[in-house]
Design a binder for this molecule. Structure first.
Ligand code: PLP
Length: 283
């Protein structure tokens, strides 16, 4: 079996491949563009000619740039070769709820499985990860377990998770969805995006700061003229305490990264953060 991934996949894909015993040697890496999207014209050659089963892992939301793979172009290429297509949408799959941002996920419905986290964008407590499989028969084939004392109803909790016993993680996720409703979830996601755009616009006006990508979703990455200045600014922001901005490496250079993910962050918080960064960058 080979697992075909983008160069800027999340590290959890490699870890899952190791857990599953497939082995790192069977990971095939497809190059990505400047913002971390898998290059569609590079997928077909990566799939190769062999008859081995293939899993293609695509990404909805790159952790630094928020970029989405062009799934509408990529999924048909993978399916033509009989591959299983999985989409890692840890925080990005939620874009599908917003009429304004839905275009980012266009074509994603053709995948075979998707993963997302309610504990990220939906803001429920850790841990509420979700794996969604198109055909329940696939999930049952992988996970169903035996036990004459178990009561089977057709599709049971052990058919959809590795655990036989687990706490009711679905309750907080259900409660958030139930209380927000479809419109409320969309509004939450759009607020995160609005905050990211406001942050990017404000950062672009600060002397010395360079934005590293188009802001299409919730992530904003930037840097100063030198790596030393970028690292120093990151440390100063954390010490000053208005906001948490984490350090990153992007294409071999130091960067700083804001990930909008809290429902509670307001436009005023963005203004306060920008004011703090402005004075720290000047210093
Ligand atoms: C794109 C992406 N995939 C996977 C993960 C891993 O998710 P978790 O932390 O719930 O294991 C993350 C976490 O940051 C992520 O951003």
């Amino acid at each position: 079996m080979r697992v075909v991934v983008g160069a800027d996949r999340h590290g959890s894909i490699d870890r899952a491949v190791r857990f599953l015993g497939i082995g790192r040697a069977d990971i095939v890496v497809v190059p990505a563009d400047d913002e971390g999207r898998m290059l569609p014209d590079q997928l077909e050659p990566a799939l190769g000619e062999s008859e081995e089963p293939l899993i293609v892992c695509l990404q909805a939301g790159e952790v630094h740039t928020g970029a989405f793979d062009d799934v509408a172009a990529l999924i048909p290429i993978a399916h033509d070769r009989g591959a299983w297509v999985h989409v890692d949408g840890a925080f990005g799959l939620w874009a599908a709820t917003s009429p304004r941002l839905r275009h980012l996920t266009a074509g994603m419905e053709a995948a075979d499985s998707w993963a997302t986290d309610a504990h990220k964008t939906l803001n429920v407590p850790y841990d509420c990860g979700m794996a969604i499989v198109r055909d329940p028969a696939d999930s049952i084939a992988a996970l169903r377990t035996g036990g004459d004392y178990l009561v089977y109803t057709g599709l049971d909790p052990w058919d959809v998770t590795p655990e036989l016993s687990r706490r009711a993680r679905g309750v907080p996720a259900w409660a958030a969805l139930r209380s927000l409703g479809r419109a409320g979830v969309a509004e939450l996601i759009e607020r995160l995006h609005d905050n990211a755009v406001a942050m990017a616009e404000g950062l672009a006006q600060i002397d010395g700061i360079e934005l590293l990508h188009e802001v299409g979703y919730t992530q904003v990455m930037f840097r100063m003229p030198s790596d030393e200045q970028t690292t120093a600014l990151g440390a100063a922001i954390l010490a000053e305490g208005t906001a948490v901005v984490t350090g990153a490496q992007w294409r071999g250079r130091a960067a700083l990264r804001c990930a909008m993910s809290s429902w509670a962050t307001s436009p005023a918080d963005i203004e306060r953060t920008l004011a703090a960064i402005r004075s720290l960058a000047a210093a």
